[in-house]
Design a protein around this ligand. Structure first.
Ligand code: WT7
Length: 657
């Protein structure tokens, strides 16, 4: 999407703009722009007011404690129960009969779950977890398909003041084990499998493999709780593994939620950094829930009584945490949860779901929009999508062409699109239009949300002028900010704060246009963005050199029409591997990476080369490899130790394609 000069593909900065329609603005909850300056005058007060929309057992008296930067405390003397805010509170308000979840399984099975039912299930699960020994501060790993029990599990863990670590179901046994070890989880909640693309994707066998790995670390896991979903044949280890449906029958639905301090840890979520080791991003309770719910309400103009909301993200990612579980449920929203993929049984599935449930707000990723675009507008056009009134985008910059297609074909040419920029670390949305206020520009996330201070700065940390590019920083603490990297506060300080002192360094490049609107330009570090998911080049390189045939490897994110970026690897094979043809090597190594990390990391291409372009100090010049992978003219090679190497690589690639 971006090149080394930091320009997005074909974005004209004097682009067409789309003001909110008078009709939309009139009904929007936020339609007075004074919200921005009121929040800017006193951001802490703004967030304190948002926080008071939650239910506190003991109200907080101090909003922000920034006495020990960069370790923030928000609402620290207040206490609350996160799960009770998402459940019991709505029952007390008489909303028990409201549908919380319209669940749609991939094979077509459905469940309608009201807030009363969801509360009942979470209370039973909390009782079950208590008797399995789970208590405040304990870590529970969750490795699940997108089924209601995944959400019930997260809320039950939260209800007990324990910490969940959800691991995306597409991750490998090794990746799962690394996360279990890092968090020292004693319980894993999983399922026999999930339904994906018309097949059963087994999960429990991967958990078994993960727990059986002999990696020199003593296994922390004592118990595995298994939800029955797909009925595939699995083995249960006596004394360790328990069936959820057998256990749960012993527990009733009485459970009084205890209040915990606002800074009680809520979850750890691992994300790729610039080194091979994923970072355990720690989020806490009061501030996180405040910003997740506030942004969910404001950015989508949520009307909980009438809206049917659908976020297509998996709970294995931060979007699933904040905008499937905590934001929508804290707001008492009615939402769709879909287990499967958009192309199963055919590409009409999403549109059929929208029509069936009358979805009014859709939140998805540019990669999905581009995939649907490729299939063609005739597919969604067969469905009645007239219920849609707000569209959201997240995960990577949305290219103007996809933006227009999304608005025209899915949003009837009228629905506002909110392009939301944020990160696992920010916990909730940071930059986004407000649909009743912002004149939209396709391709730009545009403006920091009320109460958020963002700047684009140069390398010295000075704000750049309009019309200039630079690095994105957050200038003041925000309620849902990452509190630390689990077990590694030094890495937390180093990664995000050392560069600019008290300004948070996001790792993204950005540009300010003449109106001061923000255009995100992609990562400035060795992190790729594939289908809106972060992948570390280093992590994939270590997986490749972990293969017995590979001597050296370099990985780059090359632009890709559908996935935004795609993983492209260059490898040097060990000398005794010359019998392997390049095609065999490519196939073998693509599979190897998928096996080692997970299918999302599978390289699009693996090129076998004799040498890699390196500087005289031995640093691999990925910029040149990216040029080659994207079929561009090779850039400046004067700093290379061996200037001929790129020529050889280019020739190699041409003969391959
Ligand atoms: C990175 C964070 C936020 C949940 C999904 C990804 C990129 C995210 C946008 C956007 C341009 C975006 C950034 C960011 N990103 N949203 N609207 N426009 N870029 O979470 O895995 O933590 O990745 O995704 O590069 O740093 P994540």
């Amino acid at each position: 999407m971006t090149d080394q000069h930091g320009t997005i593909d074909s974005h004209p900065l004097d682009t067409e703009t789309y003001p909110p329609s008078a009709e939309f603005a009139a009904q929007a909850s936020l339609n007075d722009s004074s919200v921005y300056w009121r929040a800017a005058e006193d951001p802490e007060n703004y967030w304190a007011q948002e926080a008071r929309k939650l239910q506190w057992s003991r109200p907080f008296t101090e909003t922000l404690d920034w006495s020990n930067p960069p370790f923030a405390k928000w609402f620290a003397d207040g206490t609350l129960n996160v799960a009770a805010n998402c459940l019991d509170r709505h029952l007390a308000a008489g909303l028990g009969d409201r549908v919380a979840i319209h669940f749609e399984g991939e094979p077509g099975d459905t469940r309608t779950i009201t807030y009363a039912e969801l509360t009942h299930e979470v209370k039973r699960a909390a009782n079950m977890l208590t008797s399995l020994g789970v208590k405040q501060g304990d870590r529970v790993a969750i490795y699940m398909p997108m089924i209601p029990e995944a959400i019930v599990s997260m809320l039950a863990v939260a209800r007990l003041g324990a910490i969940h670590s959800v691991v995306f179901g597409g991750f490998s046994a090794e990746s799962l084990r690394a996360r279990i070890d890092d968090a020292q989880a004693e319980l894993v909640i999983t399922a026999d499998g999930g339904n994906r693309k018309g097949r059963v994707s087994a999960l429990k066998p991967t958990v078994d493999d993960a727990l059986a790995l002999q990696n020199g670390t003593e296994l922390s896991v004592k118990r595995v709780l298994v939800v029955q979903r797909t009925g595939n044949d699995i083995s249960m280890q006596e004394g360790r593994d328990l069936w959820w449906h057998e256990e749960i029958t012993s527990y009733d639905g009485e459970h009084t939620a205890q209040a915990f301090p606002a800074e009680n840890p809520l979850f750890i979520l691992y994300t790729s950094g610039t080194t091979g080791r994923p970072k355990g991003i720690l989020h806490t309770s009061g501030g996180y829930l405040t910003q997740a719910s506030s942004t969910h309400r404001n950015v989508f103009d949520l009307k909980p009584e009438t809206d049917v909301y659908w976020c297509t993200a998996d709970i294995g990612w931060i979007t699933g945490h904040s905008y499937v579980v905590y934001g929508p449920l804290a707001n008492g929203a009615t939402q769709v949860v879909y287990e499967g993929t958009p192309e199963t049984p055919d590409w009409g599935r999403w549109w059929q779901i929208i029509e069936k449930y009358g979805v009014t707000i859709l939140y998805t990723a540019p990669t999905a929009i581009r995939a649907c675009m490729k299939v063609g507008r005739q597919v969604p056009e067969q469905h009645d999508l007239s219920s849609i009134r707000v569209l959201g985008s997240v995960g990577e910059p949305i290219n103007p062409e996809a933006w227009r297609w999304y608005r025209d074909v899915i949003g009837a040419g009228t629905a506002p699109i909110v392009d939301t920029w944020w990160q696992t670390e920010t916990g909730a949305m940071m930059i986004s239009p407000l649909p009743g206020l912002t004149t939209l520009k396709p391709g730009s996330a545009q403006v920091p949300l009320p109460g958020i201070s963002i700047a684009v700065v140069d390398d010295e940390g000075n704000a750049v002028d309009r019309g200039q590019g630079g690095l994105l920083v957050v200038q003041r603490p925000w309620p849902s900010m990452v509190r630390t990297i689990w077990g590694d506060p030094d890495r937390f300080v180093e990664t995000y704060w050392e560069k600019f002192g008290d300004q948070y360094f996001a790792g993204d490049g950005a540009r300010l246009d003449e109106d001061g609107d923000i255009w995100l330009l992609g990562r400035v570090d060795d992190v790729m963005n594939v289908s809106g998911h972060r992948l570390s080049t280093t992590e994939i390189e270590s997986a490749l050199v972990g293969h017995h045939a590979v001597a050296e490897a370099a990985v780059v994110g090359a632009s890709d029409e559908t996935t935004g970026q795609a993983v492209v690897a260059f490898v040097i094979l060990k000398s005794q591997q010359h019998l392997l043809t390049p095609e065999e090597a490519e196939q073998e190594l693509r599979g190897h990476v998928a096996q080692a990390i997970g299918a999302i990391a599978r390289p699009r291409q693996v090129f076998v080369v004799n040498e890699l372009p390196k500087t005289r100090s031995g640093k691999i010049m990925r910029r040149l490899l990216r040029d080659a992978a994207e079929g561009r003219e090779i850039g400046d090679t004067t700093t290379l130790a061996d200037t001929a190497v790129m020529q050889t690589i280019s020739l190699r690639m041409r003969s391959d394609q």
